[in-house]
Design a protein around this ligand. Structure first.
Ligand SMILES: [Zn+2]
Length: 344
C-alpha cells in the first residue's frame, strides 16, 4: 500500500486527497488538496457551501510512520455559508487552530493516560508541551461532545492533591461507571460549576446522588436537585466513624499524658482495624484495654456496633437500629451499655 493511500484511509478523506508524498532524511511530507469539483463544508454547521477564497498553507504534525515524523500540508478554503457567513472549511484531520492532526491528538492523549507526559514526549520525540496541549484538546473535545443524557445516578467525591493542600471535586455517572466532570476545589462554587453544564431536563432526570456528608456539597445538591435521593455510602460513613474513633483516642491520650502516658501508646490501629484482622498480640492488648474505664472503649464499641447496621435488609428495622445507635452515641451516661442486635 502506498503511503498516500494509507494516509487517505486513516484520515478519512472524502472531499480531499493526497496530492504528493515526499520524504527526505528528516521527515515524510504529505501535501493534501481539495478534490476537483468538491465543495467546501462549513466547519460551523456542517453544510456544503460555495467557495470564497483559499488561505495560506498550513501544516499539521501527524502520527509518525516507523518513527519517521509525518507532516501534512494544505491550503484551507473558505466558503460563504448561507447561515454562518464566510467561514473556513471543515477538514477531517484538523481541530480548530491546533497544529496537531486529530489522529495524533488522540494517540498522544491515549498514551498520556497510562504514561507520564515526559515519557510520551520522549516516545514520540516531541516536546512535553505538545503532549500537554494534545491532552487539553482531547479533553475539550470530550467535554463538547459529552453525552449527558440518561444520567440518573451520580456520585460526587473529593480528592486531595499535594498532601491535602489542594482539593478537586469529581462527579461520576455511576450507572455507566464514567467520570463526568472534575474541577478545582471542594466548595459550593466547584459543584455548582458542574450543575451549570446540565440542562433543566438533565438535572430533573437525576434520581440518586451518592456523596460524602460534606456541607457545601449537600447545600448545592439541595439547591440544584431537590428531588433526588441522597445516598451516603458505606465507604464515606466508615471513614467518618474511624475519624471519630481516632479523635477520641488522641484526646484521651492527651488527657492521660500526666497520669498514665503509656496506656494508649501504639494503640491507634488496634482501634481502627476490624477485630477479625487484629493480630494475636493486638487482640490481647485490646482485651486489656477493655477492662479500663476509658472513653475510647465506648467510641470503639459504637464504631463496631454500627457494622450491624449494614446487614439490615428491611428499611424499617434499619431505621429503628439507626435511631437506637444515635441514642447510644449521644447519651454518654450509658457508658457500659451492651449493644443488642435487632432481628434483620
Ligand atoms: Zn454554516
Amino acid at each position: 500500500m502506498h503511503i498516500s493511500s494509507l494516509l487517505r484511509r486513516t484520515l478519512g478523506l472524502k472531499g480531499h486527497k493526497v496530492k504528493k508524498v515526499t520524504m527526505d532524511d528528516r521527515e515524510i511530507k504529505a501535501q493534501l488538496e481539495a478534490r476537483k469539483g468538491s465543495r467546501p463544508i462549513c466547519s460551523s454547521c456542517g453544510r456544503k457551501m460555495p467557495g470564497y477564497d483559499t488561505l495560506r498553507e498550513r501544516s499539521w504534525r501527524h502520527v509518525p510512520l516507523w518513527w519517521i515524523p509525518v507532516t501534512l500540508t494544505y491550503r484551507p478554503r473558505r466558503g460563504r455559508c448561507k447561515r454562518c457567513g464566510v467561514v473556513v472549511e471543515k477538514m477531517p484531520w484538523s481541530q480548530g487552530k491546533s497544529s496537531l492532526s486529530v489522529p495524533l491528538i488522540v494517540l498522544l492523549a491515549t498514551y498520556a493516560r497510562i504514561l507520564p507526559f515526559e515519557e510520551v514526549a520522549r516516545l514520540f520525540s516531541c516536546h512535553w508541551n505538545t503532549v500537554r496541549s494534545a491532552v487539553a484538546q482531547a479533553v475539550s473535545f470530550g467535554l463538547a461532545h459529552r453525552d449527558t443524557g440518561g444520567i440518573t445516578v451520580i456520585g460526587i467525591d473529593e480528592i486531595a492533591r499535594r498532601k491535602g493542600h489542594k482539593y478537586m471535586t469529581m462527579v461520576y455517572d455511576l450507572s455507566h461507571m464514567r467520570l463526568l466532570w472534575c474541577g478545582e476545589g471542594r466548595d459550593k462554587a466547584a459543584l455548582r460549576a458542574f450543575f451549570s453544564c446540565l440542562s433543566k431536563e438533565e438535572k430533573e432526570a437525576i434520581e440518586v446522588i451518592c456523596c460524602d456528608m460534606w456541607r457545601p456539597y449537600l447545600d448545592v445538591v439541595e439547591e440544584e436537585v431537590p428531588g433526588a435521593t441522597l445516598v451516603f455510602d458505606k465507604f464515606h460513613l466508615v471513614r467518618h466513624l474511624l475519624g471519630a474513633v481516632d479523635e477520641v483516642r488522641r484526646e484521651e491520650a492527651r488527657e492521660l499524658k500526666g497520669r498514665d502516658p503509656e496506656v494508649l501508646k501504639k494503640t491507634r490501629y488496634i482501634f481502627l482495624k476490624n477485630p477479625e484482622n487484629l493480630t494475636r498480640g493486638q487482640r490481647a492488648r485490646l482485651s486489656e484495654l477493655e477492662k479500663l474505664n476509658l472513653k475510647i472503649n465506648r467510641a470503639y464499641l459504637l464504631k463496631e456496633a454500627f457494622r450491624a447496621f449494614w446487614d439490615y435488609t428491611y428499611p424499617a428495622w434499619a431505621e429503628s437500629y439507626l435511631d437506637q445507635w444515635i441514642w447510644w452515641a449521644t447519651h454518654p451516661v450509658f457508658r457500659q451499655v451492651k449493644f443488642p442486635v435487632f432481628s434483620k
